[in-house]
Design a protein around this ligand. Sequence first.
Ligand SMILES: [Zn+2]
Length: 314
Amino acid sequence: MRMTMTGAALAGLALAACQPAEQRKSGEPAPPNPTQTVAAPAEKPVYRFKIGALDAIALFDGQNPVPNDNKVFGVGLTPQAVAAPLTAAGQPADPIMLEIHPLLVRNGDRTMLFDTGLGGGEGQLMQSLRAAGVDPAAVTDVLISHGHPDHIGGLVANGRLAFPNAAIRMSQAEWASIRAKPEMADLVRIATPKVQAFQPGGEVAPGVTAQDTAGHTPGHVAYLIADGQNQLLYTGDLMHHWILSVEHPDWRVGYDDDQAAGEKARLDEVTALRNSGAHIYAYHFPFPGLGKIQTREGRAMFISEAQSTRSAAN
Ligand SMILES: [Zn+2]
């Protein structure tokens, strides 16, 4: 088996993780219905770490088992082709497991939440926030990577804003695309007074720069979170699966609104990350999705930098 998901110790000062005081326990076997988004058992569903001096918390929201049927991964390929790199890494090939974990970062008097999970009674974000001791009313900024349901579903709960005091930040292009969808009408009505849409490329909150990474959706952004030289790139849905998206960024993904544009954005990002060694937070990778992309044995691999998590122990 190739060496993947090593629990590599954090190197240098770029991303200094403190002890992972709270982790959730090992996941149970995949649920019987692979089309359902489900929540794994999460006794202590948070993972605390540092970005320089900033406190950060990975917040478990749920899991999304995706059938290996080429509707999402490897569009135009065969299930066997998609299974090959998974099997080679010792991972189950069907369903293909994605996880969901928003990120919370504190900077001075700001409490910033990156994406909001599934919401709608499915997502566990609120329980995770409670486990972390964070009051939803204390969140000052919600930063949205893009408008898909597993990222904005938790914005509204019971017809109200789930984070009532937070500015809701996203790119202008993404906000326009959400407003154009009739099924989003309720969310748009409730969220509109709090939305502050931005043009990517600059600072959108203290220490947070939005990068235009359109492709998966028309206004998708990644967020670079920095405390001086210490940086973490919140990648949103530039990549979905920690093996498939990294080893085969050129494979078409059914979740991309525009599959050709999504492919290009993913390919560009994986290439850049291979070269830069930047620390990333990947929303759908195994919890908590902290690590970097490196070239090992000639191919790109995600190397976990979380200390002693269920994922790293696999
Ligand atoms: Zn997503």
